[in-house]
Ligand binder design. Structure first.
Ligand SMILES: C[S@@+](CC[C@H](N)C(=O)[O-])C[C@H]1O[C@@H](n2cnc3c(N)ncnc32)[C@H](O)[C@@H]1O
Length: 255
């Protein structure tokens, strides 16, 4: 039987790897590296290579690289994502079939945790359900970018008895600002918080967390939204890509 591990590597710093992830990496025969066009492509691969050099110094594995399909953003969002997932499913099926021998262990090193805004797990489960390829799947959890954000700002993710919403910048745009009490926003990179500059919310913002370019800003959105947007978009222009996450919080008495 072939084995495939989805290993969460945390959101950027090699120190974020868990002992379980390190031990899992040491029994891998083939690491699959997906190269993405655009956004930080070289850097994200470099970080994975550094992780392997540091934690599996004796080698003994192969690296198979493949070009990751890109999402067509020209049509409706859902159609684009579904076509993208189908292309990725074909890619994974081919890699498992042709690049992994029976009895071997393959792995994908996934950013943060495999369960959070990452389609890989759903795609691989789809392959198993359709019986397109046979393999044993294992998931190794990782530290998420949410945990890195709260740790770096030294804040709890929720206050006493409070709920937590995790959403995307695309969904934030369609949210009534009055309904925001304690919301983590991911997948932005375009300073969507600017639209909330007139609200009474506090923002805890972090970009490139855990890397040498890490940026941290917090305060009342009304006071800093414009400056922060400028800072974020400048970093994006200089580096060519922006990976940021933030918590929007309403202060004052709550139910
Ligand atoms: C495709 S999702 C993957 C999330 C990942 N699975 C996790 O557990 O954090 C990518 C988004 O995660 C957030 N993110 C991941 N790593 C980050 C980091 N080091 N600094 C800031 N945001 C990060 C950003 O919102 C980014 O747009």
């Amino acid at each position: 039987m072939k084995e495939l591990l989805l290993i969460g590597i945390g959101p950027g710093h090699p120190d974020y790897l868990t002992v379980q992830a390190i031990e899992a990496m040491r029994r891998v025969d083939v690491f699959f590296f997906l190269e993405k066009a655009g956004e930080g492509k070289g850097e994200l691969i470099r970080i994975r290579r550094e992780i392997l050099e540091r934690f599996v110094p004796d080698g003994g594995y192969r690296i198979v690289t493949a070009q990751s399909p890109t999402r067509d953003a020209s049509g409706p969002y859902r159609d684009g994502v579904e076509a993208w997932y189908r292309a990725k499913a074909d890619l994974f099926a081919g890699l498992i079939e042709h690049e992994l021998a029976d009895g071997e262990c393959g792995a994908l090193l996934l950013w943060g945790d495999p369960s959070l805004y990452d389609g890989t797990l759903a795609i691989l489960k789809g392959l198993l359900e359709e019986a397109r390829v046979a393999f044993a799947l294992e998931v190794i959890p990782g530290i998420t970018s949410i945990q890195a954000l709260t740790a770096r700002h030294k804040i709890p993710l929720n206050r006493i008895g409070e709920g937590i919403q995790v959403t995307t910048a695309r969904r934030l745009a369609a949210t009534d600002p009055e309904q925001i009490a304690n919301t983590v926003v991911m997948l932005d990179s375009n300073a969507a918080f600017r639209e909330l500059a007139g609200t009474d919310l506090t923002i805890y913002w972090g970009a490139y967390l855990g890397t040498e370019d890490e940026m941290l800003v917090s305060g009342r959105l009304a006071d800093l939204a414009t400056d922060l947007a400028e800072q974020a978009l400048r970093a994006k222009a200089e580096k060519g890509w922006l990976m940021d996450i933030y918590l929007l919080r309403r202060e004052g008495p709550r139910e």
